[in-house]
Design a protein around this ligand. Structure first.
Ligand code: NAG
Ligand code: NAG
Ligand code: NAG
Length: 387
């Protein structure tokens, strides 16, 4: 079956975004490469396409996707050949390539751009190992989206060395015996809806670090993190600058105390929607911390007693924590420039509104005081996904 012939007319020359799904009978793709203004192309479920080549790039004055930035291939189950064009001038502006559920494709042609490459590794149709090689050769940044840890053991150490971001979702595996240490260049690790990954540590791994010291951003959401184990996972992360915890309902308290200071680059901690979390402590050695956000944590009532020692802290946000009644007895560090306190315990809210009392006195010196959450604050509390 062919695609409709009007794809080949010039009716579509103004098109900037195109998404096609489940055109399961098409054997050939239309010449989308000649759409001069196309920036976004998403192709999903084109089961009959085996080959992509010249016919896709076009052959008019305009060809080879002159301004395409974002390209997604998903569920192309029989696609096994992707050829380039002679002068190698394909995709000059490509910024992101996403490949998901294309189990047969083994190689990609040369592009003139070096896009960020995202690969979804689904257990039922994993990508060929040589495809990973070919993507590594093209990518400026390699990102994996996976739902099981078993894929790691199928990749070579060299391949794992290229992974810059790992997004682990819906994983039911426990922590692999050696942790994720083999991903030696990993910068961003997002863990979401992984029920058992962070709820125990295998006894074999007692003395080793579980995550790579190259990590700078960790986000854990909707996962069972045991509060006594999180510090164990964070051990040795001397480059970590951002930590985000979202909807981790097993966590009752969190301490950063450690005999050897290690989270020396940690600048930002955001904790949201962790309903059992009552307290934080052991902040003394977090010498780079600039921002602390605790939002929508129903049981939260106790900031670290040693928070006043953290002389780098600039911004403190506590909102939607109805049990939060007292600020730390020893006060807050003089470095704090902005404080946002809103929807806390009614007594605290009232004192602050009236601008009097012991709690008010603890914040009176802070230049910027906000007692209501504004739109800009929401962006701080729920930072846009950096991917
Ligand atoms: C995880 O599950 C959600 C909801 O079922 C789904 O939308 C998402 O694609 C899944 N992620 C992966 C990597 O399988
Ligand atoms: C969470 O993961 C489980 C198990 O893999 C999956 O069945 C479920 O759909 C996922 N839920 C969400 C909200 O992603
Ligand atoms: C801070 O680091 C020192 C060693 O450098 C250590 O003795 C102390 O226990 C640490 N304190 C906390 C709260 O982590």
């Amino acid at each position: 079956m062919r695609s409709p012939s009007w794809f080949e007319t010039n009716w579509l020359t103004a098109l900037s975004s195109l998404a096609l799904e489940d055109c399961m009978g098409w054997v050939q793709l239309p010449p989308f490469g000649q759409l001069p203004l196309l920036k976004y192309l998403e192709l999903r479920g084109m089961h009959a396409v085996r080959e992509i080549g010249q016919e896709f790039y076009g052959n008019g004055d305009v060809k080879g996707f002159p301004i395409l930035e974002d390209m997604i291939f998903d569920g192309m189950l029989n696609w096994d050949g992707w050829s380039g064009i002679e002068d190698g001038s394909l995709f000059p502006c490509l910024e992101r390539l996403l490949v998901s559920r294309c189990p047969k494709i083994r190689e990609i042609p040369t592009f003139s751009a070096t896009p960020r490459v995202e690969v979804e590794i689904s257990p039922d149709s994993p990508p060929a190992s040589c495809l990973i090689e070919s993507l590594i050769a093209t990518a400026s940044r390699l990102i994996f989206l996976v739902s099981s840890c078993s894929f790691l053991s199928d990749l070579t150490t060299e391949q794992l060395n290229h992974v810059a971001e790992l997004n682990l979702q819906n994983c039911t595996d426990p922590m692999p015996a050696g942790g994720f240490h083999r991903l030696s260049s990993l910068q961003v690790f997002r863990i979401s809806n992984c029920s058992t990954l962070l709820s125990s540590v295998s006894t074999e791994a007692v003395d080793t670090y579980l995550l790579s010291p190259s990590l700078c951003h960790i986000e854990i959401a909707q996962s069972n993190v045991h509060c006594s184990l999180l510090p164990r996972y964070l051990q040795g992360l001397t480059c970590l600058s951002t930590l985000v915890l979202n909807s981790c309902h097993l966590m009752t308290s969190l301490s950063f105390a450690s005999e050897s200071p290690h989270l020396v680059a940690l600048e930002s901690i955001t904790i949201k929607d962790c309903n059992e979390l009552a307290s934080l402590d052991g902040f003394r050695n977090l010498s780079a911390l600039r921002k602390l956000v605790v939002a929508d944590c129903y049981s939260f009532c106790s900031l670290p007693v040693d928070l006043n020692i953290v002389g780098s802290l600039e911004k403190l946000v506590i909102c939607g924590c109805p049990m939060m009644r007292f600020l730390p007895e020893d006060g807050l560090p003089a470095s704090v420039q902005t404080i946002l306190l809103s929807k806390c315990h009614p007594e605290l809210d009232t004192q602050l509104q009236r601008k009097e009392g012991a709690e008010w006195n603890k914040i009176v010196h802070i230049p910027e005081k906000k007692l209501e959450v504004g739109l800009i604050d929401l962006l701080t509390i729920f930072p846009a996904n950096s991917s």
